[in-house]
Design a protein around this ligand. Structure first.
Ligand code: MOS
Length: 752
């Protein structure tokens, strides 16, 4: 391993550091978005369309309006103007459902908002929403789960700009497949999945003249501000978005949904703060979901196990008018060495709510398909699946002919195999037993993007010896507060306990979305530059204040370490606390600002930047009672330098737990009659719970990737989910002999 996890000296970087916001969360002091209340605040409850395709003919709000404590029932005729937001170059103004609520009378998916009841209490608003009567002209909704490509042009417009449907190609994949000695041609299916963070989406909107303030459970306060400014025709300085604590998001909270502008429009009309909390049922309808995918993978190989051809042709569903691209081919072009490759995609429009990013978007369903195909090919070749992957390790990223900034996939596989005990695997189906249970062992690889978004930060050194670091990013539960404290501590020598971290407010310096697993890598240069600038400012105070022991020194002769200013030549023992320097000058604080430049999605990169990893999974199978359990997992991650192994392990474990859900439980089902997501509650939509979660042994290789930032840290929020389902389905096959290619694996699949 590159460097030990225990760094030298007092640096907090690379050390297990408990979350600095933990005490506030466990004592209930942390205020989540819906915990904020304001004088005169009203409650809004949307009215949901009960058809998925057709037109709204009439809306009868008269009974609802007469109910006690009801302030208004809004609809297309009385909500006031809400404009469309527009995409921006770069990464700003992202919105996955651009159509403003109530823009027209067309209903395109079940649950689309058609009216909004506002009342003094939540109960009164809910009763009023239930009392609104709608009539429709109905057409049969198309929620067909068999996907066929629609009539799209060769280049489609997506949320990421124009994307060619021939996504990647090299050599002649078809000819090489035709002449290959050993072939595989299979189709893998993943269902629509719904984000189910514990915290519901929530917005409280209030106006002060032309100033709009939104308390919103968003993974991106800065992006939300830009979108809302456009939707209400305001300069962006007039909009402020606050998100202090989130009960997670999984990508579903990255961008604004229609309830946000509804709350703001209602607050504008009524002149009072309006709170809108999306119900769990609405969470399945109006705030995004992971697209259903159908992916054909064709592999050709030599008898010795060298890949000669890879074709990945995938289809995904999307809503009637949105453009979200589920990029299942993201990792395919570079993960293995293969001279002939083709990746294409097609889209199938359905009467469903907008599709959206969900933890590891694109790559997670994509790697489920390609890694499953790798496992099946290894079996056909009678080569161990770890060995088969090692045989096809690329030297460079063959899709763009660039070196990897840092790739240690081979070491991941070798270390994982060793920790898991893979050499003891008997490849025969159902041949391994323990304590009367049949064992199944499986493996799969993982990859995820790396890079930086733009970020600004501001750092203050204060006369009480504390430090404040501020950035308009947010902590969705992953540990961002703690990471910023560690970074500020690293530069100033002030212990983490004396660092105040301010996040979750668009009034702070612009910070990145909590997305793409890029927040940590993005903020590092900004925080470090802000600290350098604040320290430079401190040194000017030190050399210029009458009576200062450093009076007349040159700034470059001085240093700040361990919270003390000292003359480098004289050593830290003769230094003084920086708080003394400030007090002597009667200065409350010095401040510094810093920025990180965006590198993600940049043109003409010099390196291919990704994280890598793998999972080894054991399942137990009891055919007598058809009980399948995931019994242990070993995960190895090559995600750059790990700044906080404690929170990093927690991210990977959480992602593996979510992967068990992807493999065995999670599936959003649409009713073919009315188009409704039918299992829209946590009783019928199954997520992994504690009793499903096995021991998960997480290892980090910890090689710093210096192309990313000065600490070499990449992200760890999403990669832990990639590959888990492929490893589990491989283990299921090894234990039971049943090859399931359509997730989730159901008990009835195994009763053969
Ligand atoms: Mo992640 S789906 O980019 O929050």
């Amino acid at each position: 391993m590159a460097i030990s996890q225990q760094s030298s000296g007092s640096s907090p970087i690379g050390r297990d550091t408990v979350r600095i916001d933990g005490p506030r969360k466990v004592t209930g002091l942390a205020q989540y978005t819906s915990d904020f209340n304001f004088p005169g605040m009203l409650y809004a409850v949307p009215v949901e369309a009960t058809i998925a395709n057709g037109k709204l003919l009439t809306l009868d709000t008269s009974a609802a309006e007469k109910m006690p404590n009801v302030r208004a029932v809004f609809h297309r005729a009385n909500i006031g103007e809400i404009f469309r937001s527009t995409p921006a170059p770069g990464f700003d103004r992202v919105c996955l459902e651009r159509r403003p609520p109530f823009e027209d009378d067309v209903v395109r998916y079940y649950g689309q908002y058609i009216a909004l009841a506002v009342a003094d209490t939540f109960e009164a608003a809910k009763a009023a929403a239930d009392a609104v009567r709608a009539t429709y002209s109905k057409e049969k909704p198309n929620v067909d789960s068999r996907l066929e490509a629609g009539s799209d042009p060769d280049v489609v417009f997506t949320g990421y700009g124009p994307v060619p449907r021939l996504q990647s190609h090299r050599g002649d994949a078809e000819a090489a497949f035709t002449s290959a000695t050993v072939k595989l041609d299979e189709t893998y299916v993943t269902p629509a999945e719904t984000h189910n963070p514990l915290e519901l989406h929530s917005t409280t909107a209030m106006w002060d003249g032309q100033m709009l303030t939104l308390y919103d459970s968003t993974q991106g306060v800065v992006n939300m501000r830009s979108v809302m400014a456009q939707m209400f025709g305001l300069p962006k300085e007039n909009v402020r978005v606050i998100a202090k604590f989130l009960g997670s998001g999984f990508g579903g909270k990255l961008y604004p949904w229609t309830h946000v502008s509804l709350a703001a429009a209602a607050a504008r009309k009524l002149g009072k703060p309006v709170k809108l909390v999306v119900s769990r049922k609405m969470m399945f309808q109006t705030v995004g979901h992971r697209a259903h995918t159908q992916q054909r993978v064709r592999l050709g190989a030599t008898q010795e196990g060298k890949l000669v051809s890879l074709q990945h042709d995938y289809l995904y569903h999307l809503s009637m008018i949105d453009h979200y691209h589920e990029d299942c081919g993201e990792a395919t072009p570079f993960h293995y060495s293969v001279p002939n490759l083709r990746v294409t995609f097609g889209r199938a429009r359905r009467n469903i709510g907008a599709t959206a990013d969900m933890r590891g978007p694109g790559a997670v369903p994509g790697l489920y398909a390609t890694e499953s195909a790798m496992n099946e090919m290894a079996e056909r070749l009678k080569i161990d699946p770890v060995q088969f992957r090692l045989l096809n390790e690329p030297k460079i990223d063959e899709s763009v002919n660039l070196p990897f900034s840092s790739r240690h996939y081979v070491e991941c596989l070798n270390l994982g195999a060793e920790k898991f005990g893979w050499s003891k695997r008997n490849p025969a189906i159902g041949a391994m037993k323990r304590d009367g249970l049949t064992l199944g062992w499986g493996v799969a690889g993982a990859a995820w993007i790396a890079g930086r978004f733009a970020a600004d930060a501001n750092l203050q050194l204060r006369d009480d010896g504390t430090v404040r670091i501020a950035c308009g990013t947010q902590d969705i539960g992953t540990g961002t507060y703690t990471i910023l404290a560690q970074l500020a501590s690293q530069k100033t020598g002030v212990p983490v306990e004396k660092i105040e971290v301010e996040l979750g407010d668009s009034a702070l310096p612009d910070g990145p979305i909590s997305g793409g697993s890029l927040a940590t890598s993005s903020v590092i240069p900004a925080v470090f530059k802000a600290a350098d600038q604040a320290i430079s400012s401190l040194m000017i105070v030190a050399i210029s204040t009458p009576g200062s022991p450093f009076l007349g020194r040159k700034p470059e002769d001085l240093a700040l370490e361990g919270g003390r200013v000292f003359v480098k030549a004289e050593g830290i023992a003769k230094g003084v606390p920086f708080s003394d320097v400030l007090r002597q000058a009667n200065a409350r604080l010095v401040t510094g600002a810093g920025s990180s430049e965006q590198t993600a999605f940049a043109p003409n990169p010099k390196f291919s930047m990704h994280s890598f990893g793998c999972h080894f999974v054991e399942v137990t199978w009891q055919p007598e009672i058809a009980r399948l359990r995931v019994s242990r997992v070993v995960t190895v991650m090559d995600a750059g330098h790990i700044l906080n192994p404690l929170t990093a392990r927690n991210q990977i474990k959480g992602a593996v737990v979510m992967g068990i859900g992807m493999a065995l439980f999670e599936e959003t089902t649409y009713d073919p009659q009315n188009g409704a997501p039918i299992n829209s509650n946590l009783a019928d939509y199954i997520v992994t719970v504690n009793s499903d979660a096995p021991p998960i042994d997480v290892h980090f290789l910890d090689y710093p990737d210096k192309e990313i930032n000065e600490l070499g840290a990449r992200g760890i929020g999403e990669i832990g989910l990639a590959g888990v389902a492929a490893a589990i389905t491989a283990a299921v096959h090894h234990g039971t002999g049943v090859r399931v290619r359509e997730l989730p694996v159901k008990i009835e699949n195994l009763l053969v």
